[in-house]
Design a binder for this molecule. Structure first.
Ligand code: CP
Length: 321
């Protein structure tokens, strides 16, 4: 694996291998006073974020550090992007500076694919890369526009495995702003690849064109779906990507699509509640539901570190743990 750009590049075996590596890395760190493995000593990971992030950026940084990689964080706002530098020149600059891996978040769908394409083409042409002419930088998609967020889907799958023993055969509902959600798209494709049955529930205005071709079913009545779900994943309403009115008001959204305490009671006892974060409490999910034992929101965050360790390991160490 040279890059991680899309979950559609993963088959069930390669996704499972990443999840198994994440489990092994988690076990390797358990109970250690010093959370440091030598695995990626001498490797350099640069996170380049053109959009805000807490979970993804920090967990990639921790993941690199716990495996002894040198990890450098760049925010677009404090970089030469502010002086007009193109994505193409930024990618080539980071490769020449010595980045073995660039973890990129960008508002444009396809930005990570472009960076990976340039990295491969430059390496093939003998351009200066991280370890000299012709060496290639790996690219990880940490969220590109409304397209994909593959490590989020992997950490969600890891959390379902932890809580329910496996993904295959589970019915997983994904609820809310599917239209603007790269998390939803990555999850639908990855969870289906791993054998889950996925159901989307969303306002009709927040469903993407072409969803009929996705490997999932679309439901319309959240309360009718909840009793049959093993997992319910509430999505963030992505106000920053909305240029127009997609629903009448946040109150009406909450009434129809929010996971209130009353509504959460429709779920089976074993069901797990997920949210990729950041949560808009009271609108997407009631505070009491977000903080209940059935909620795995903070377990998702924890698993994010181990999954991102596994991704960096597979990319930079080049073999299964
Ligand atoms: N889930 C997620 O991507 O969160 P951040 O935006 O905080 O990274």
């Amino acid at each position: 694996m040279r890059h991680l750009l899309s979950v559609t590049d993963l088959d069930a075996a390669s996704a499972t291998a990443l999840l198994d590596t994440a489990d092994r890395l988690k076990q390797a760190l358990l109970g250690r006073e010093v959370r440091k493995l030598p695995t990626l000593r001498g490797r350099t990971v640069v996170t380049m974020f053109y959009e805000n992030s807490t979970r993804t950026r920090v967990s990639f940084e921790i993941a690199g550090k716990w495996m002894s990689a040198d990890t450098i964080n760049v925010a677009a706002s404090g970089s030469s992007v502010g002086k007009g530098e193109s994505l193409r020149d930024t990618a080539a600059t980071l490769a020449a500076i010595g980045a073995d891996c660039i973890v990129v978040r960008h508002p444009a769908s396809g930005a990570a694919h472009r960076m990976a394409h340039w990295a491969d083409r430059d390496a093939a042409a003998g351009a200066v890369g991280p370890t000299g002419p012709g060496s290639a930088t790996s690219v990880v998609n940490a969220g590109d526009g409304t397209h994909e967020h593959p490590t989020q889907a992997l950490l969600d799958a890891a959390t379902v495995r932890d809580r329910l023993g496996g993904v295959a055969g589970r019915r997983i509902g994904i609820v809310g702003d599917v239209l603007h959600s790269r998390v939803a798209r990555s999850n639908v494709f990855l969870l289906a690849t791993l054998g889950a049955e996925v159901v989307l529930v969303a306002p009709p205005t927040l469903l993407p064109v072409g969803v009929a071709a996705w490997p999932c079913r679309v439901g319309t009545d959240l309360e009718a779906e909840l009793p049959g779900l093993d997992v319910v994943m509430m999505l963030r309403v992505q106000a920053e990507r909305m240029h127009g009115a997609f629903f009448p008001s946040s109150r009406e959204y909450a009434v129809r699509y929010g996971l209130s305490e009353r509504r959460a009671a429709f779920l089976p006892e074993h069901a797990v509640v997920l949210h990729p974060g950041p949560m808009v409490r009271g609108m997407e999910i009631a505070p009491a539901v977000a903080d209940a034992p059935s909620s795995a929101v903070l377990a998702q965050v924890q698993n994010g570190v181990h999954v991102r360790m596994a991704v960096l390991y597979h990319l930079l160490a080049g073999a299964a743990a």
